[in-house]
Design a protein around this ligand. Structure first.
Ligand SMILES: CCCCCCCC/C=C\CCCCCCCC(=O)SCCNC(=O)CCNC(=O)[C@H](O)C(C)(C)COP(=O)(O)OP(=O)(O)OC[C@H]1O[C@@H](n2cnc3c(N)ncnc32)[C@H](O)[C@@H]1OP(=O)(O)O
Length: 181
């Protein structure tokens, strides 16, 4: 993968561990019902479903629908980047601190037809201060299918005020905008 140094942890960075209260080996619910990536109430969203694993890793599935096309019959590259971003974001939830994407890198290796189920694996490779280093891989139609997309990211820890000040004021904390940290 054509990976920048910005998404690789510095040499000697220790293996990151999930928060002791993180749910490991379980299905992860959506963090927000209207999220474009994981929200069940989003009409055309990705409806990503994920399971957490030890070693600060998540596997997620996303089935490409008609509403996700770029070229006829093929997934839009930006939609695929969104799927990677969302699955990467689910890994940092296991640290139980709020993070946002600072940098996202994607390599597109194979076209992804409508109807494909992408099997996405993401992993945190290191945490240094506010910076979490992450990588991802999406395979076609099976956990061991051909690799279609690779990704890497730098997520930055932010205070909850990031969402209350820059979001819609309540930061998703009213009953109809429930957030599952
Ligand atoms: C009761 C609990 C309630 C919880 C509430 C949670 C509610 C929300 C629910 C769920 C959220 C999850 C949603 C998941 C969705 C998927 C994730 C997304 O798509 S997130 C949206 C897209 N991303 C943004 O909108 C970020 C916009 N950018 C910013 O806000 C800032 O630029 C930010 C926060 C990223 C950094 O700004 P600074 O001022 O805080 O910090 P600085 O000093 O600039 O950076 C800190 C360090 O990071 C490096 N850095 C920052 N950006 C970088 C970049 N692009 N590339 C490389 N390094 C970067 C800097 O060089 C610096 O490094 P050095 O400490 O000096 O070593």
């Amino acid at each position: 993968m054509n990976r920048s140094a910005l998404t690789v942890p510095p040499p000697g960075t220790p293996e990151p561990r999930p928060h002791p209260d993180a749910l490991i080996g379980e299905k992860l619910g959506p963090h927000y019902a209207k999220c474009f990536g994981c929200g069940p109430d989003h009409p055309t969203g990705l409806h990503l479903e994920a399971v957490s694993h030890d070693g600060l890793s998540v596997t997620a599935e996303f089935t490409v629908g008609d509403v996700h096309q770029g070229a006829p019959g093929l997934a839009h590259g930006g939609v695929l980047a969104t799927a990677m971003d969302e699955a990467l974001g689910m890994v940092v939830w296991l640290l139980r601190k709020p993070y946002v994407t600072g940098r996202l890198e994607t390599d597109y290796l194979r076209p992804v037809p409508v109807g494909t189920t992408l099997h996405i694996t993401t992993r945190c490779t290191g945490v240094v201060g506010r910076k979490a280093y992450l990588e991802a891989e999406a395979r076609l139609d099976a956990p061991d299918g051909p690799v279609a997309v690779r990704g890497a990211a730098l997520f930055i820890e932010v205070p909850v005020a990031h969402f209350t000040e820059h979001g819609d004021g309540v930061g998703g904390m009213t009953p109809d905008r429930e957030v599952n940290p």
